[in-house]
Design a protein around this ligand. Structure first.
Ligand SMILES: [Zn+2]
Length: 583
């Protein structure tokens, strides 16, 4: 225990649990209890009970219960010590720390934050004053980010040199290293992590500097346009939102948070009079981010590049909407511009785009239906099915039915048919206009899905694939290009021929709603069937036994518990065959 037990008891007896919870939940006196809507699960009738005398709460809906410390931990997403500090702060109690591992950790954290703040200041002064920062100042001015903005956001400049920070900032080497600001190079000397970059310091929501993002100047030959300091004991990307420290006040006032992709987008929103924007730091928008924002607002607007937003994992968004009671909507920007650009050229347009943000489902539907004027009954049916596939991802049947009605009117299909499809909620709905399906087409689709998975979520499928799994030549070449570049899409597109490039470009933007492992198994199964069919009869007993086992394993491919083993074995078997043939 890092905090003296006396202090904890003093807090427990001083702080009113009804007051603390009352900050987050509207409570009404009912007999001896206070009752309200549970903050931990969605409900319409209150089942969350708090009792002052016992200092405890309990929800009869989701069964969460605890004391004032557990409540603060849950609601503020902090640990026990964090909850004690939070409450001590409110009650004006001075804490006594006992020496133990945890308080040492806290002391270390404090040191790291101080060192980071020192580095941020050092870089900031370089930007404002140093003669070598002139190109950086010119660049920022050209983007409308001069003087006042540079000061407000503490922008910095890392000189075009390899160890000035390490040498001149006066920050201890171990703190520089642990903060990811410098490293030990091959010649065993300290080298700065950032060089010739404009810097955007990243703060926690409480304004502690924890990391730095750096951007090259135009014309630099550095291939990495943006670079972030690495994850450290004080910096976790999935839990950090750039700009939240400046934005949280306005987020609360507007009950809305704007989530964008870049540092300059955030600053652009501030300049355009919407100081409630935050940015993910080079990662996807995660559940941790939602939990963080949920503390300040219940409406989240995604201000992403349209393709990136459309690719967002729809199901996760709907889940979060349900679980955290937030509304996720998407803003579309005119002319494919990013928010940072728009803030300079058309601030009203930027504000309008936020105002007109659409619910996530509506936004995705627009992308399916956009500019489509189907000419044949088959095309109408296809479009209706595509739209219903998107709609049926939504867990709420009433919402599905409302959208189904809209789609029916828009594409000219009977409302009753689509509403019935929405009621069933089938993932791959089919209307009655039947189309002939060719086997070849289906196989190609499986191969395309595998490529798309590879491009979008490399880790989920890469270990399962090899070039020879692809029967279609173009897909095989597309695979070879991605595999050859280790999953780097830009490099793969560069390396690919025109047809394969076309496949990769489609694969990068397609919406996927599949289980990667199941897709991999399908591909492997198809390749094994082809191999068995093409090999013909053999007199070699080893081979006969081998083939028989392959058939057994193929039966197991989709069985629970056996599938992974079988897939692994079959991949090995296939590779053996391919090698044999190659030799
Ligand atoms: Zn509950």
């Amino acid at each position: 225990m890092a905090i003296a037990d006396d202090d904890i008891e003093r807090i427990r007896s001083t702080v009113s649990i009804v007051d603390v919870i009352g900050q987050h939940v509207q409570l009404k006196r009912t007999g001896r209890n206070w009752v309200g809507l549970c903050p931990f699960h969605a409900e319409r009738t209150p089942s969350f009970n708090v009792r002052e005398e016992t200092g405890r709460y309990k929800c009869f809906g989701c069964d969460k219960s605890g004391d004032v410390f557990t409540f603060v931990q849950e609601i503020e997403h902090t640990d026990f010590v964090g909850s004690v500090e939070y409450l001590a702060n409110r009650a004006g109690i001075q804490l006594t720390y006992t020496s133990s591992g945890q308080s040492k950790e806290r002391a270390r954290r404090k040191k790291l934050v101080e060192a980071m703040e020192q580095a941020v200041d050092w870089y900031h002064h370089r930007l404002l004053e140093a003669p070598d920062a002139r190109p950086a100042r010119d660049y920022l001015r050209s983007r409308g980010l001069s003087g006042e903005i540079a000061r407000q956001f503490k922008l910095g400049w890392a000189p075009d040199d390899w160890d000035v920070l390490s040498k001149q900032s006066g920050i201890a080497a171990d703190l520089l290293r642990e903060n990811g600001l410098a490293f030990q190079n091959r010649r065993n000397r300290m080298q700065d992590s950032f060089r010739a970059r404009v810097l955007f310091p990243i703060f926690t929501e409480n304004g502690e500097a924890v990391a730095i993002g750096g951007r090259i100047l135009p014309g630099s030959d550095d291939p990495a346009k943006y670079k972030n300091s690495s994850e450290t004991p004080i910096y976790k990307k999935s839990k950090t939102l750039y700009g939240l420290n400046w934005a949280k006040g306005d987020i609360v006032n507007a009950n809305q948070a704007i989530v964008c992709e870049g540092y300059t987008d955030v600053i652009g929103f501030h300049q355009a009079g919407l100081p409630r924007a935050v940015a993910t730091c080079g990662t996807a928008f995660t559940e941790e981010h939602v939990r963080l924002l949920k503390r300040y607002a219940s409406r989240v607007v995604l201000a992403f590049d349209a393709d990136a937003a459309g690719q967002g994992a729809a199901e996760r968004f709907y889940e979060w909407e349900e679980q955290y009671q937030v509304e996720v909507s998407v803003a579309a920007f005119p002319g494919g511009k990013d928010p940072g650009e728009l803030a300079q050229t058309d601030p009203e347009g930027l504000a309008k785009a936020i105002e007109d943000a659409k619910p996530f489902l509506g936004f995705r539907l627009d992308r399916v239906l956009d500019h489509q004027t189907p000419q044949s009954p088959e095309a109408v049916a296809r479009l209706g099915e595509a739209a219903m596939t998107v709609i049926n991802e939504h867990p709420n049947v009433n919402i599905r039915k409302l959208y189904a009605g809209q789609v029916a009117a828009q594409v000219g299909l009977p409302v009753a048919d689509l509403v019935a499809m929405a009621e069933r909620g089938t993932r791959r709905p089919q209307l009655n206009v039947r189309r002939p399906k060719q086997r070849g087409e289906r196989r190609q689709n499986a191969e395309f899905v595998a490529i798309a998975l590879l491009v979008q979520t490399w880790d989920s499928i890469a270990p399962w694939l090899s070039e020879a799994l692809f029967a279609d030549d173009v897909y095989a070449r597309a695979f070879a290009a991605v595999a050859g570049s280790g999953g780097d899409l830009a490099a793969a597109i560069e390396a690919a021929d025109a047809d394969a490039r076309d496949v990769l470009e489609r694969a990068a933007v397609v919406d996927l709603d599949v289980d990667p492992e199941a897709e991999a198994r399908n591909l492997i199964g198809a390749a094994v069937r082809r191999e068995l069919a093409s090999a013909g009869p053999s007199a070699d007993p080893d081979r006969i036994r081998d083939d028989a086992e392959a058939r057994v394993r193929m039966e197991q491919l989709n069985a629970d518990g056996l599938g992974l083993d079988a897939a692994g074995w079959l991949l090995g078997w296939l590779e053996g065959r391919w090698e044999e043939r190659g030799a």
